[in-house]
Design a protein. Structure first.
Length: 318
């Protein structure tokens, strides 16, 4: 190849470099020493600049939130991981406060009991909720110790999971005042606190969580009886427990528009306090033997509906 042909080739490579500045280093590495010198001179003459890759802007969270999820641990698990990914610089805590049927460990693909802490409690009671209460009673509850009591989730360094009580025979021994203190502590030390509760409207932990939260997220499963049931429960709590009506927000979970109730009707039934839907996924109903597929690897398309609901919750006055 003569000099002119070589120069034409280099000119074409310069055009490629102008269109794709990030490929400059690759081109340089595949040129002879002589051509590399000429190529570099031409780059300087053409003022081709290597563009720095855009830095992804961190999502902003202007205030802390406590969210109580009413009888939908699958949603609570998927929401907590979606927000953990979205707000990667923030601290997210998720607490299983369902004392009848705690299930978050299953839907978070996590352990249920804590082995790495010295306690007088036997292993069956060595869970996040029990140990938080125990530490508070001993005046030893600090942010650092709470982190030690939390269970970490693979791929989510900023998400702390506090498992619930798995012994139903211990139900009557829990004191509401202890729970109030623990909730206030978690609210103070985490940017987002998500509490999963049952739908027993006389359960003290359920009522206290709904009272204390910034928003209560009420799941309905796409049938008219379920919508009416949840509305009756919430209306009862609004009346008897003086829970603010406007912070109770409904959504359709695992929603199939072909088979389920129309969103417009749901919105009408719940007086407009409607956030939207989380679409149906066959992975939620698969047999849970080793892991829960939806949270094993949260993909962007799975996270998007949760982020959309969370943003609507923040932006709408409803």
């Amino acid at each position: 190849m003569n000099y002119n042909e070589s120069l034409i080739k280099l000119e074409k490579l310069i055009d490629i470099a102008k269109e794709n500045p990030r490929d400059i280093a690759f081109i340089q590495n595949h040129l002879s020493m002589t051509n590399r010198v000429t190529f570099n001179q031409l780059i300087n003459e053409k003022e081709v600049k290597i563009k720095e890759p855009r830095k992804k802007k961190a999502s902003k969270l202007k205030k802390a939130y406590m969210l109580t999820v009413f009888d939908e641990p699958q949603f609570a698990a998927e929401l907590s991981l979606s927000l953990g990914k979205l707000f990667s610089e923030k601290k997210v805590a998720i607490l299983d406060a369902d004392r009848f049927n705690p299930r978050l460990d299953v839907y978070l693909n996590a352990q249920s009991h804590i082995k790495s802490v010295f306690t007088h409690l036997d292993f069956r009671r060595a869970t996040g909720l029990n140990l938080l209460i125990d530490a508070n009673n001993k005046h030893a509850l600090t942010k650092q110790y709470a982190e030690h009591l939390s269970l970490k989730l693979d791929g989510y360094k900023n998400v702390s999971y506090f498992s619930g009580n798995y012994l139903i025979e211990d139900y009557e021994y829990f004191k509401l005042e202890d729970y109030k203190t623990v909730i206030q502590f978690l609210k103070l030390h985490y940017d987002i606190l998500i509490v999963s509760v049952n739908k027993f409207i006389y359960d003290a932990y359920t009522c206290q969580s709904l009272i204390t939260s910034d928003y209560n997220l009420i799941s309905v499963r796409g049938s008219l009886p379920d919508v009416n049931e949840k509305k009756r429960y919430v209306n009862f709590l609004v009346s008897k427990q003086k829970i603010e009506k406007q912070k109770n927000l409904y959504f359709l979970f695992d929603y199939n528009s072909t088979n389920h109730i129309k969103e417009k009707l749901v919105k009408e039934i719940v007086d407009g306090y409607y956030l939207g839907n989380i679409p149906y996924s066959p992975y939620r109903s698969q047999g849970l033997y080793r892991n829960y597929s939806m949270t094993k690897r949260m993909k962007k398309r799975n996270m998007a509906p949760y982020i959309r609901l969370f943003n609507k919750m923040r932006e709408d006055s409803l």
